[in-house]
Design a protein around this ligand. Structure first.
Ligand SMILES: NC(=O)c1ccc[n+]([C@@H]2O[C@H](COP(=O)([O-])OP(=O)(O)OC[C@H]3O[C@@H](n4cnc5c(N)ncnc54)[C@H](O)[C@@H]3O)[C@@H](O)[C@H]2O)c1
Length: 429
């Protein structure tokens, strides 16, 4: 099939490359400067395997990039919208890019097209899309709108796209359903066919449920700390119940990234507009915000005074295998430490470039954990990169000023760390 994917960010690039690999002809669309970067420099993001996949599909002629929405609309039967929907200051989703793209698609419609929203959008965006496409499509060309929310996780995005747990197809016409079944059927995943509003709600309901699981286990961690129990054992005991499941029950410094914080905030706003006070979700948000403060408090309790202390921070990305620092808990922790007067020495395998743009000269960036630990009074683990699970403790102890480890992701074994001569503070253990 001939496809267009508008918005060549994390979701758009994965969608484009995976569809191309499945044998479709794909036109990826983005702004001029982004297209130039994509063609001549790099993807502008780190996702394992993606750069190779994109370059292979480009070479084989199934994937091209353009900044012309007109060209893409003309050539493609199905058009995916994968532009960003960041938070407005009040927490609601900023859908201005979706609207802008819808207008442009409408102006270039010449024959039937299926326009699919893949960006995460508030429920009823489908109706706004239809209205916009109708109003600006002055030739009255026929079209359908559908919603196929994306559930991929950064860091394992290609696998998640090609092997999803399910694909949700929010459709309103047999024609749209047929086209989408043809596209997504070969993935072999269960297809959940719904109306558009339900599909939109499924995305927010899923992400908010996962955020709720994280805040839930973090609350249990705080209770475990008070009574001297171990939250990791509790999570195992709870999570083996198949009705609950083990995933997203890792206590730590809370969720971050470009999705959960903004989707929780947006869902609270959407439901508010619908006249519902979603107190449960507000609490989820509040607990999450508190986790960063709690971690910094632990560092402070270990060192008594933070002012002028050297603190090594391991991990800047919001999670492993990505260089994405959008709403990263780590950045929040670093900022809190700096505000307390600590001198932060931060490291990350891939996210330093992005972190530097936000943190500037307020911290010193180091190549690896051992350089960061030199002269440090505490070492704080905030992103659970694999390389931080296997640290050379003797080497760290030899270079640190005093042996204190604060493990914000519970990646180390407390007994092992203590046996190596460190003071160890985890989350809920
Ligand atoms: N990142 C994730 O893990 C993930 C997972 C599932 C869903 N989502 C959702 O998918 C959407 C996209 O997320 P992302 O992380 O890929 O965002 P992103 O910011 O990485 O990429 C968005 C891209 O859209 C482009 N864009 C914006 N306006 C445009 C326009 N008018 N014309 C052409 N291109 C335009 C931007 O230049 C950018 O490259 C969001 O709604 C997000 O919530 C993201």
């Amino acid at each position: 099939m001939d496809l267009a994917v508008i918005g060549a960010g994390h979701v758009g690039l994965v969608t484009s490359a995976c569809f191309a690999q499945m044998g479709h002809r794909v036109i990826g669309v983005d702004k001029e400067h982004k297209v130039t970067q994509l063609r001549e420099v790099d993807l502008g993001l780190y996702e394992p395997g993606l750069e190779e996949m994109v370059r292979r599909q480009q070479k084989e002629g199934r994937l091209i990039f353009t900044s012309s929405i007109g060209e893409a609309v003309k050539a493609s039967q199905v058009i995916f919208i994968t532009v960003g929907t960041p938070s407005n200051p009040d927490g609601s989703a900023d859908v201005s890019s979706v609207e802008e793209v819808a207008q442009l698609i409408a102006r270039h419609l010449e024959e039937y097209r299926l326009i699919v929203e893949k960006s995460t959008v508030p429920v009823r965006t489908g109706e706004w899309l239809k209205r916009t496409l109708r109003l600006y499509n002055t030739r009255g060309v026929e079209f359908d709108v559908a919603s196929v929310p994306e559930f991929l996780r950064e860091g394992s995005a290609i696998k998640d796209f090609l092997h999803p747990d399910r694909v949700v197809l929010g459709v309103e016409s047999p024609r749209a359903e047929r086209l989408l079944r043809e596209l997504f059927g070969p993935l072999g995943a269960p297809l959940v066919v719904t109306d558009i509003r339900s599909a939109e709600l499924i995305k927010h309901a899923s992400n908010c449920f996962l955020a709720m699981k994280i805040s839930y286990i973090n609350t249990i961690a705080s209770i475990a700390e008070k009574v001297g129990a171990d939250v990791d054992l509790i999570a195992r005991g709870v999570g083996l119940d198949h009705r609950i499941g083990q995933e997203f029950l890792q206590a730590g410094i809370g969720y971050g990234g470009s999705c959960f914080p903004k989707d929780v905030a947006a869902f609270i706003r959407i439901t508010e507009e619908l006249g519902y006070d979603f107190r449960l979700l507000k609490e989820v948000e509040e607990i999450n915000r508190g986790q960063r403060l709690r971690l910094v408090r632990k560092v402070k309790e270990a060192l008594w005074v933070l002012r002028n202390k050297e603190v090594a921070v391991l991990g800047l990305a919001f999670k492993p295998n990505t260089d994405d620092i959008r709403d990263s808990p780590s950045i929040g922790v670093v900022q809190l430490l700096v505000a307390e007067g600590a001198r932060v020495r931060a490291t990350d395998p891939v996210a330093i470039k992005n972190a530097r743009q936000v943190l500037g000269e307020s911290v010193r960036f180091c190549q690896d954990p051992y350089e960061a630990a030199e002269g440090a009074h505490a070492l704080v683990i905030v992103t659970d990169w694999d390389e931080y699970k296997d640290l050379d403790l003797a080497r760290l102890k030899a270079v640190m000023a005093i042996p204190v480890i604060v493990d914000g992701r519970n990646v180390l074994e407390p007994q092992v760390v203590r046996a190596a001569g460190f003071e160890y503070y985890g989350v809920g253990r």
